[in-house]
Design a protein around this ligand. Structure first.
Ligand SMILES: [Zn+2]
Length: 371
C-alpha cells in the first residue's frame, strides 16, 4: 500500500503539472538528459554478460553449484594487512600526493584538525558519512575505524566528499549544491586511487583476490542490482498508472526486472529475490523517486575521470578541481563537455568506463584459477 500510494500521489501530481513521464522529476533532480541515461544503460547492458566469468570463478572458489542473490556479498580471499588509523591516513595522503599535492594537503589538514570521529566503541555501527558546513567552510566525518582495508577505503571515500565540498565553499550557496549524480565523483575517485595503490602494493594472492573481489562486487551491484531497481520502477510506474498493483504482480515485475538486469549471473530457478521491492528502503524515499540510476552514473562518471587522471597524471589535477567546483552550477552534460571534452549523451564515454570496470575480471579469474 505504501509503495502504491506513494507512486499514485506522484503520478497525480505529474498529471496536474502536465508532465508526461515519471522519469522527468528524477532526471531534473539528477540534472541529466534522458538520452544520457539511455546511453549509460545501453553501455551497461552490453557489458554485463562478461560478469558471468567473474561469477563462475567465484562459484568455484565458494564451492557452489548455484549462485543466488544471497551469495553476492560472500567474501573471497583474505588479507593479513591491518592498518592503524594513522597509517591509513598516511597511505591515503602519500597516494593522493602522486596525483595532486593540493588534495594530499587537504586530507592532511582534515586529519590534523581532527575533522574525523572514527573511534570504534560499543553500540556504534559501521560505515561512514561526511557532512559539510557552508559558513565555517569545514567538513566533519563520522565513521567507525575497523583497522582493515575496507575502513581505509571508507576514510578515503569520505575525505573525497570533504575535498569536493572545499572546491565549492567560496561559491554562492545556490550554485554549490550538486546533484546526486555528481555527488559521488570525488569520493569514488579517492576509493579507486587507494584500491589501485593497495593492489600494486599487495604481494600475496589472497590479498589481491580480496581487493579485486571488492571492486567486482561493487561493479556487479551497480551494473545489475541497480539496473534491476531502475527497470522495476519503470515497469511499476507504468502499471500503477492503470490502477493499484497487487503484491503478486509486484513480485512478478521484480523477478522480470532482475532476470533482465542480471543477465544470467544469478541462478535462473532460485537466484532471484521477488520481495526486494519490500526490503529495500530506496523504493520508499519520499523525496527522491527512482533512487537508483544516480549510483551507477556516479560510479561510471568517476571511473571515467579517474582513468583520465591516470593517463594525464598531475597535469589533470587543476581540471579535476575545476570540474568539481562547477558541479553545483551546471548540468552533468555541461560539466562533462567543459572539463572532459566528452558528450555523455553518446555511448562512447560510457562504453569506455564500463570496459574499464570489467577489466578487473580477467586478473580475478586468473588468480581464482590458482587458488
Ligand atoms: Zn559517498
Amino acid at each position: 500500500m505504501a509503495l502504491n500510494f506513494q507512486a499514485g500521489f506522484r503520478l497525480s501530481l505529474y498529471e496536474k503539472r502536465k508532465w508526461d513521464s515519471p522519469l522527468l522529476e528524477p532526471l531534473l533532480n539528477s540534472r541529466i538528459k534522458p538520452e544520457t541515461l539511455d546511453a549509460m544503460w545501453h553501455a551497461v547492458a552490453k557489458g554485463v554478460p562478461k560478469i558471468k566469468q567473474y561469477i563462475d570463478a567465484k562459484k568455484k572458489l565458494l564451492g557452489l553449484d548455484k549462485f543466488c542473490w544471497y551469495d553476492q556479498s560472500a567474501p573471497i580471499g583474505k588479507s593479513a594487512e591491518t592498518y592503524t588509523f594513522d597509517e591509513a591516513g598516511e597511505f591515503i595522503i602519500s597516494n593522493l600526493a602522486g596525483f595532486s599535492r593540493e588534495m594530499a594537503d587537504f586530507s592532511k589538514m582534515a586529519l590534523q584538525k581532527k575533522w574525523i570521529e572514527a573511534e570504534d566503541r560499543p553500540g556504534k555501527a559501521g560505515g561512514g558519512f561526511c557532512t559539510s558546513f557552508q559558513v565555517s567552510k569545514q567538513s566533519r566525518i563520522f565513521m567507525t575505524w575497523g583497522g582493515n582495508f575496507s575502513a581505509l577505503s571508507t576514510l578515503a571515500h569520505e575525505l573525497g566528499h570533504a575535498y569536493h565540498h572545499s572546491t565549492v565553499q567560496d561559491i554562492v550557496p545556490f550554485a554549490a549544491i550538486y546533484p546526486m549524480t555528481l555527488a559521488e565523483t570525488a569520493s569514488t575517485f579517492n576509493e579507486l586511487l587507494v584500491t589501485d595503490a593497495a593492489l600494486r602494493k599487495s604481494t600475496n594472492d589472497g590479498g589481491k583476490l580480496m581487493l579485486l573481489d571488492q571492486k567486482l562486487q561493487n561493479t556487479h551491484t551497480l551494473f545489475c542490482n541497480i539496473y534491476a531497481r531502475f527497470l522495476f520502477d519503470k515497469a511499476f510506474y507504468k502499471e500503477r498508472g492503470k490502477g493499484l498493483v497487487s503484491k503478486t504482480r509486484l513480485n512478478e515485475i521484480m523477478v522480470e526486472s532482475q532476470k533482465m538486469a542480471f543477465a544470467g549471473t544469478l541462478d535462473p530457478d532460485e537466484g532471484y529475490h521477488p520481495y526486494f521491492w519490500a526490503s529495500k528502503l530506496h523504493f520508499f524515499m519520499t523525496d527522491t523517486p527512482f533512487y537508483n540510476f544516480p549510483y551507477t552514473f556516479g560510479f561510471l562518471f568517476a571511473a571515467g575521470i579517474y582513468n583520465r587522471a591516470k593517463n594525464e597524471g598531475s597535469s589533470f589535477a587543476p581540471h579535476y578541481r575545476a570540474l568539481l567546483a562547477d558541479s553545483g552550477r551546471m548540468t552533468s552534460e555541461q560539466v562533462a563537455m567543459k572539463h572532459l571534452g566528452v558528450d555523455i549523451t553518446k555511448s562512447d564515454f560510457w562504453n569506455e568506463a564500463v570496459e574499464r570496470a570489467l577489466a578487473d575480471i580477467d586478473p580475478f579469474v586468473k588468480l581464482a584459477g590458482k587458488a
